[in-house]
Design a protein around this ligand. Sequence first.
Ligand code: ACO
Length: 213
Amino acid sequence: MEIILVGDSGHAKVIRDCVESNGCKVVAIVDDKYEQIFSDKDKEVLKGPIDGFVHELIKKNNRKLVISIGDNETRRMIVKRLALPEDCYSTIIHTCTSISSTAKIGVGTVIMPGAVINADTQIGNHCIVNTHTVIEHDCIIEDFVHLSPSCTLTGGVKLEKGVHLGAGSTVIPLKEISEWTIVGAGSVVIDNLPPNCTAVGIPAKPIKFRELQ
Ligand SMILES: CC(=O)SCCNC(=O)CCNC(=O)[C@H](O)C(C)(C)COP(=O)(O)OP(=O)(O)OC[C@H]1O[C@@H](n2cnc3c(N)ncnc32)[C@H](O)[C@@H]1OP(=O)(O)O
């Protein structure tokens, strides 16, 4: 399969490694910062603007897209802007992961090396499970969530859409984090968290709230 990445970022470099670990190939990387189409320095990947170009590239058989942008809200806006059917998006799973046969993973979601996803966990569309993160059994992770490197979700945790957990954070069993909340790096969540806030510390407490999205 050939993959088109939307967003030319550090995150895109890691996704490219994940794609190649499966013997697939990134053929194009598009980004709003580009005004015209050109080949990268190795001449292996086409680069160019998002608008117009993506819809042209995706017409070829056996090609799928992944949004390679770490920011959850930006990823959501790009998916909305492209307005492509779900089956245009690929799920990317690095070969060095451990994923239960009973786990479900949505389209556009990327699972980085060293991740562990245990039984009956459900992960939505356009999520990021970053390097070395552990998601235990029976967790529910909605669309556009980002779990940064080395997070730990224990059993039965629920993350609503757009939640971002900072690197090395932990959530104890059966806790729920409401939509678009951000948890600081190294925090430990021992209580449910409300929507649209930033929570930090051990235990994690909200320190600021944003406008509803
Ligand atoms: C491959 C990759 O790179 S994936 C990306 C991974 N990214 C991350 O893990 C980043 C996670 N981000 C953080 O931890 C950030 O500090 C955030 C989002 C929690 C807060 O960022 P901001 O909204 O800019 O808040 P700001 O830096 O102003 O800090 C506000 C207060 O919270 C404190 N604070 C910030 N982060 C943390 C934290 N992780 N733990 C404890 N306290 C924290 C600050 O010291 C500050 O306290 P003060 O008001 O007493 O001075």
